[in-house]
Design a protein. Structure first.
Length: 305
């Protein structure tokens, strides 16, 4: 008896039935699923009915020209799809074809340069036969890049038509060059830095300085400053002594560790946006290499805390 697995006695449905259901759900059609699986439409329909009988529920509403998932069917599809993706990824990782495979990745330039790049050696060591093609962007796109296998985006995680998995949640912190710091306590240093230097604003987040001042309990009016469109540019401007910047803490760690920038006030602000790995919902299954990379980057994020 298995005392640790509560599902040890449960008989799973045959894999063929599960494949038929997953393909039919993706295509919303028995006919298109049959084409993908190289079966007849009648065979796919029969396998899905067998699965429904085994589970004791109806998974599809049969419409005149298409299929619609029932509530139970819609709930069953995501874990089943993830299981197929994980199985494909594990198989590709362990027994994939010998020779180069190329994985195309698109992501925000600051995330790629400051967080992803220092960790890529681990991915390359694990899967040396997968070559990477990386393209960077500044603003989150609204559409999937058909040339990319992996899309990394910064936002609220809500992109219609896409599945998103959170990589990093964020808070922002104020940083400046060590030479800028004056004052004996947090409030004195904040007033000193803000009154004597241009403030660096990340475009789209110009209100963060105002929020920081309000949180500190000051009525100080922040002066005009410089707007910049990437975190890496804001960090470089701050390190050059142009002024203080409020930036994503988890992207600034190399600057803090090296001493190029310092936290002049022990304060942080949470933000709603995060970095996500995004995959399209639709008729195409992700490539196994893409699932390998998705699982790896989520593992790296967990190690990052």
């Amino acid at each position: 008896m298995n005392d640790h697995n509560p599902f040890a006695g449960y008989q799973l449905p045959p894999l063929a039935w599960l494949r038929a259901f997953e393909a039919a759900a993706r295509h919303q059609s028995f006919t298109l699923a049959a084409t993908e699986l190289n079966l007849t439409q009648a065979a796919v329909s029969h396998q899905v009915r067998s699965l429904e009988k085994h589970l004791g529920v109806t998974l599809f509403e049969r419409l005149p020209r298409s299929l619609r998932l029932t509530e139970k069917g819609a709930a069953y599809l995501p874990p089943l799809r993830n299981s197929f993706d994980e199985l494909a990824a594990a198989t590709a990782g362990l027994f994939g074809p010998v020779g180069k495979r190329t994985l195309s990745i698109r992501g925000p330039v600051s995330f790629v340069a400051l967080w992803l790049a220092p960790r890529l050696a681990d991915f390359r060591a694990r899967w040396p036969d997968i070559s990477l093609r990386i393209s960077t962007i500044v603003w989150a796109p609204t559409q999937q890049d058909e040339m990319s296998d992996i899309d990394i985006r910064f936002g609220d995680g809500n992109w219609p038509g896409f599945r998103s998995s959170l990589i990093l949640s964020h808070r922002v912190i104020p940083l400046c060059a060590p030479s800028m710091v004056e004052g004996e306590d947090d409030l004195a240093r904040l007033e000193w830095v803000m009154s004597r230097h241009q403030l660096i604003h990340d475009t789209g987040y110009e209100d963060l300085w105002k929020k920081l001042v309000h949180k500190a309990g000051l009525s100080f009016t922040a002066p005009a400053g410089i707007n910049i469109d990437t975190t890496i540019s804001a960090l470089e401007l701050a390190a050059a002594g142009i002024g203080p910047a409020i930036v994503l803490e988890r992207l600034a760690q190399s600057y803090i560790r090296s001493g190029r920038l310092v936290r002049f006030i022990d304060m942080a602000l949470p933000i709603a946006e995060g970095h996500y790995v995004v995959q399209p919902e639709g008729q195409k299954r992700p490539r196994p290499e893409a699932t390998l990379f998705r699982d790896w980057i989520l593992e790296q994020a967990a190690l990052d805390g």
